[in-house]
Design a protein around this ligand. Structure first.
Ligand code: MN
Length: 407
């Protein structure tokens, strides 16, 4: 039978290409043969707030999803190695799961579909299907593969470092290629579901994207910390709140029932977001975890890590309610209610996670308010101002000048 015009490259044509080359010696790419089933191999990454926050990497092979729990999630920085604990195979149908596993059940907690797509093994021998190549590579303890995802692209390696009857340990490493980016913390940057656009707190709150559409943005994870701007002209008349300026690491705490994550807004550029290792702030960690156990919904706290404590300056979300459009005074009221009335009033809690003090004043008596706070370096906020992402003229930084200012 004559070959059909315009048909896809046949298996035979790639076999010839491959048979002529020894891929242990040449750096040419091996020809990837069409798979027997003709179906692509799927992958998903699910962000899972179980007893410990982690990311589940799942690669389709032999009709199931081979699975690894990656505590810190994938990195696109080729110098970063991420631990990946082998876990049990999951059914392919699990690839569509996003939602909350009831507490007390296995893996109880919120699951977000963080990325999805197909993947291909980087090395395929002559006559081998992609599926067979993946199986052989995993059995040998080293798989090089390429993600064709919505968020992850390019080549990665999974390398087994320890066999175990229970749990083999692997490392997930980005290869150097055009998709590798030094210093980029993609899991801190991309905090929403790839399918629904929801954040973890929104999924936990059982919301169905209502917040996203109400806000017209990618949810609270897309909001940058509100930054004060210097005083450039006289303050307009009005009611203000004056707070001491705190020097430290600006961070957002995402607190859901049972889980905590800190994302810093500081960095080389002011828009760089990074996960802050909670271990670096043990007192803050334990106080936030205690808070997480005592709330039913979710909180997103804006604050500053300073002297081993987290000084909270704002509240962006409470349960399923986004508060950024509310006036500052209402957000502050809700913050006090959430931290003081809802949370346990233990001394260590109040010491390690506490609200920044404030004093009410008018545009004329800022100096008196600063004196009351015993500082010359203050942030002045209009009490009716909404929360804005990034630098804002609604928050004004005022420092007493060097010669006059003794307070
Ligand atoms: Mn998991």
């Amino acid at each position: 039978m004559p070959p059909l015009k315009g048909s896809a490259p046949s298996r035979a044509s790639l076999e010839k290409y491959n048979a002529k080359r020894d891929f242990r010696l040449t750096k040419e790419p091996a020809g990837a043969l069409p798979r027997g089933s003709g179906k692509s191999l799927a992958f998903v990454i699910q962000k899972h707030a179980a007893s410990h926050l982690h990311f589940d990497l799942r690669l389709e092979c032999d009709g199931v999803m081979k699975s690894w729990a990656v505590p810190k999630g994938p990195s696109v920085d080729a110098s970063v190695k991420r631990l990946a604990m082998e876990v049990e195979d999951h059914p392919v149908a699990y690839n569509k799961f996003e939602g909350t596993i009831p507490e007390g059940e296995y893996g109880g907690g919120t699951v977000m579909l963080w990325d999805r797509g197909t993947y291909t093994p980087d090395e395929v021998r002559a006559g081998e299907s992609n599926n067979d190549a993946v199986r052989h590579a995993l059995n040998a303890g080293k798989l090089a593969f390429t993600f064709h995802g919505e968020r992850l692209h390019g080549s990665f390696a999974l390398v087994r470092t320890r066999r175990g009857a229970e749990r083999a340990q692997w490392l997930l490493i980005k290869h150097h290629d055009e998709f590798a980016t030094e210093g980029r913390d993609i899991v801190a940057e991309v905090m929403t579901s790839v399918t629904t656009g929801r954040t973890m707190v929104q999924i936990a709150a059982g919301d169905n994207g209502a917040l996203k559409s109400a806000e017209g943005a990618d949810g609270v994870g897309a909001i940058d910390a509100m930054l004060p701007t210097p005083l450039t002209r006289a303050l307009p008349e009005g009611e203000y709140a004056v707070e001491p300026a705190i020097h430290g690491v600006r961070a957002m705490a995402f607190v859901t029932n049972g889980t905590v994550q800190l994302i810093s807004a500081n960095g080389n550029s002011e828009h760089k977001k990074r996960t802050v290792p909670l271990d670096d702030y043990p007192d803050v960690q334990s106080a936030l975890l205690r808070l997480a156990r005592h709330i039913t919904g979710a909180l997103v706290l804006d604050g500053i890590l300073c002297d081993g404590a987290f000084i909270v300056v704002d509240l962006l979300l409470r349960d399923a309610q986004l508060l950024v459009e509310e006036p500052w005074i209402e957000r502050r009221r809700q913050l006090e209610d959430a931290l003081v009335n809802t949370a346990p009033k233990t001394q260590s809690h109040l010491q390690s996670v506490r609200m920044n003090p404030w004093v009410a004043c008018s545009s004329n008596d800022i100096d008196d308010a600063a004196a009351e706070l015993h500082t010359a370096d203050v942030i002045v906020k209009r009490i009716d101002s909404p929360y804005e992402s990034g630098p804002s003229k609604l928050w004004i930084r005022i420092r007493a000048d060097s010669d006059g200012g003794k307070l």
